[in-house]
Design a protein around this ligand. Structure first.
Ligand SMILES: NC(=O)c1ccc[n+]([C@@H]2O[C@H](COP(=O)([O-])OP(=O)(O)OC[C@H]3O[C@@H](n4cnc5c(N)ncnc54)[C@H](O)[C@@H]3O)[C@@H](O)[C@H]2O)c1
Length: 273
């Protein structure tokens, strides 16, 4: 069980991996700070999640704001700092970056009107990659994370592979991985680790927006040694391990959490068919 007054800050807490992480870590006694960006349907999901967290007996704070907005980030962290003054010794034990908000367009389309704009490219990089740096800076600047802290970014096999329309997100994933390695170096002396989790293909709202997601899911199931997709709960389970003191020496790593999917050569399955 979590020591008293330890919190987990989840960027992207309302859905997919973030939501599963909230429940799994709350089950271990961690209090939850959730950031999300939702309209009506998503807000209903957050209300359901809050009820689950209440039943688990943990404290929670949720903020429906754009995580890439510097002023909103300052507001959230000011509220967290105020909460911490009421709970001496409170710290953020883990910050999970699980934001899915990218423009899926070609970098150079045959019809140039369909080419990704500079604004969309920069926004994708800002939300899905740069924001992990800005949140880490401000969490540290405000003294909200100390020795034993964990920074975790969610990446995908798409950081090193080419898919139609995926250019901006792929670049964001490559940047996120690079940022986490750099944070591992810079925060290691403070006893704070930074790692990425490379999750397997998982059916979430984010995946449903990727063109050809049915084909992606079909191949993933064929290739995965267990012939099923990854579930958000598979990743949440690993987070409950990473947060433990025993995981202190895992730093600067990219952890595959995909049941072995990425290791299997697709041509082998094709030759078997
Ligand atoms: N689904 C997959 O197959 C898969 C595989 C590997 C990695 N990932 C990565 O995991 C992460 C989470 O994806 P998911 O599949 O759980 O997606 P999801 O759509 O289920 O959840 C995305 C979350 O991000 C929040 N969000 C989006 N933009 C935001 C913003 N600007 N400010 C604040 N909150 C914002 C949403 O409110 C939601 O809580 C993403 O980085 C994604 O690329 C997904």
């Amino acid at each position: 069980m979590a020591p008293a007054n330890q919190y987990v800050l989840i960027l992207g807490a309302s859905s997919g991996f973030g939501r599963a992480a909230a429940t799994a870590l709350a089950s271990q006694g961690y209090h939850i700070i959730g950031v999300h960006l939702d309209r009506a349907a998503g807000i209903k999901q957050v209300d359901e999640l809050k009820a689950e967290l209440d039943a688990l007996g943990v404290r929670h704070m949720f903020f429906n704001v754009n995580a890439a907005d510097a002023e909103r980030r300052a507001d959230v962290l000011a509220a967290v700092a105020a909460e911490f003054t009421a709970h001496p010794g409170a710290t953020i034990r883990m910050m999970l970056h699980s934001l899915a908000f990218g423009t899926l367009k070609e970098l150079v389309a045959t019809d140039m009107s369909q080419t990704i704009s500079q604004k969309s490219l920069e926004m994708t990089l800002d939300v899905m990659a740069n924001s992990i740096v800005y949140w880490t800076q401000d969490v540290l600047r405000n003294g909200l994370m100390t020795h034993g802290g964990r920074i975790v970014g969610l990446t995908s096999a798409g950081s090193a592979r080419v898919l139609p329309m995926y250019g901006a997100v792929s670049a964001a994933k490559a940047a996120l991985e690079s940022y986490c390695r750099q944070l591992a170096l810079e925060l290691g002396p403070l006893g704070i680790t930074a790692n990425t989790i490379r999750a397997g293909v998982t059916e979430t709202p984010a995946l449903s927006k990727i063109p050809g997601n049915d084909v992606i899911m079909g191949y993933a199931m064929m290739r995965n040694p267990s012939h099923r997709l990854t579930k958000p709960e598979d990743v949440a389970s690993v987070l409950t391990l990473l947060i433990r003191d025993e995981a202190q020496w895992i730093n600067g790593e990219q952890l595959g959490v995909d049941g072995g999917e990425d290791a299997v050569d697709l041509t082998w399955w094709k030759s078997e068919a």
